[in-house]
Design a protein around this ligand. Structure first.
Ligand SMILES: CC(=O)SCCNC(=O)CCNC(=O)[C@H](O)C(C)(C)COP(=O)(O)OP(=O)(O)OC[C@H]1O[C@@H](n2cnc3c(N)ncnc32)[C@H](O)[C@@H]1OP(=O)(O)O
Ligand SMILES: O=C([O-])CC(=O)C(=O)O
Ligand SMILES: [Mg+2]
Length: 288
């Protein structure tokens, strides 16, 4: 599954939860972790379970971010949420140990409640250790569908300051994007926290896309349009990709593996990129 946007909603906010399927996000994350205060943990867990069970939630992927392994909440979170069959569980502060322990519990609950579903995992990499152990973490379960970078916790773990320019998280971004692409799973970038800075969001998202991210997290519905615009191919890119694919078909008939288009060489990698563009345009309804 490829997602351009994943919108966070604090799990204790019923008004937001009920808007989940009408905000146009590709995916929603009902949060039980850092957007929910300690006093509200129990209330949020119940509300999210009810939302999953009784809201229509059609046409949008719905996942739940549980609390981390070193908290007293994660087990109760899973016990309450897995029977309500979310599409995925988002594991914060991911490590090999947290993935393996939570997968065991998820499997037990799926079996006990006969959910008939293989819940996907989306992992947040948000510590220095998480970054250097990335490969082992991704290989620790076959349910992992996406890697998310969590730059706020990462900065706090590293003792560094977050800036609008984000130079300080560049290495982490390259690592996460490259590792996720190596395993053919979604590479999802950290949220842009200044919700009023549309220009900043756009520039930062363009950079993320340019190094291999396939989507990013959002914290406010107003950020979705910009994120989708950046992660969707433009009409010009789609038209050019279609022309290249047509020309490639003609070249193939003539037995040519390489040809030129607008003075530039077209060979297999270029054709593959054109296919990717047309596939994603189809997926997002930008072409028939
Ligand atoms: C580092 C991390 O862990 S990030 C992940 C955890 N963080 C979160 O989940 C935060 C989610 N976002 C939010 O709570 C809010 O967007 C805030 C606090 C950042 C800003 O809130 P506001 O200033 O009220 O935003 P804004 O004025 O744009 O809200 C407009 C409308 O959108 C709604 N809205 C805002 N954010 C969201 C959201 N994430 N999901 C759904 N609806 C939302 C508001 O409820 C409001 O609705 P209304 O007009 O019916 O009252
Ligand atoms: O991963 C995220 O989306 C946000 C997060 O938890 C962080 O930045 O610490
Ligand atoms: Mg975090």
């Amino acid at each position: 599954m490829s997602r351009r946007s994943l919108l966070f909603m604090p799990g204790n906010n019923p008004g937001m939860l009920t808007s989940a399927d009408c905000l146009e996000a590709d995916s929603i994350i009902f949060d039980l972790e850092d957007a929910v205060s300690l006093k509200e943990k129990d209330a949020a867990r119940i509300l999210v379970r009810e939302a999953l069970s009784f809201l229509p939630l059609q046409g949008v992927e719905v996942t739940v971010r549980v609390n981390p392994l070193d908290s007293p909440y994660w087990k109760e979170d899973l016990e309450s949420i897995i029977p309500a069959e979310p599409d995925g569980i988002v594991i914060p502060k991911a490590s090999v140990e947290s993935v393996q322990t939570m997968v065991k519990e998820i499997e037990r609950l799926e079996e006990a409640h006969q959910t008939g579903k293989k819940t996907k995992l989306l992992l947040i990499i948000e510590s220095a250790m998480g970054l250097i152990d990335l490969r082992n973490i991704i290989e620790s379960s076959d349910r992992i569908d996406a890697i998310l970078l969590g730059a706020e916790d990462l900065s706090s773990d590293m003792g560094i300051k977050r800036t609008r320019e984000s130079k300080e998280i560049e290495y982490a971004r390259y690592l996460v994007a490259t590792a996720a692409r190596a395993y053919r799973i979604d590479a999802l970038d950290t949220p842009f926290t200044d919700i009023d800075d549309v220009e900043g969001l756009e520039g930062d998202t363009r950079f993320a896309k340019s190094i291999g991210f396939t989507g990013r997290l959002a914290i406010n519905p107003r950020q979705i349009v910009t994120i989708h615009e950046v992660f969707s191919p433009t009409q010009e890119e789609i038209e050019e990709a279609q022309i290249i694919l047509n020309e490639a078909e003609e070249a193939e008939k003539k037995g040519l593996g390489v040809f030129s288009y607008k003075g530039k060489m077209v060979d297999l990698p270029v054709i593959k990129r054109a296919e990717q563009i047309v596939d994603s345009a189809r997926k997002w309804g930008l072409v028939r």
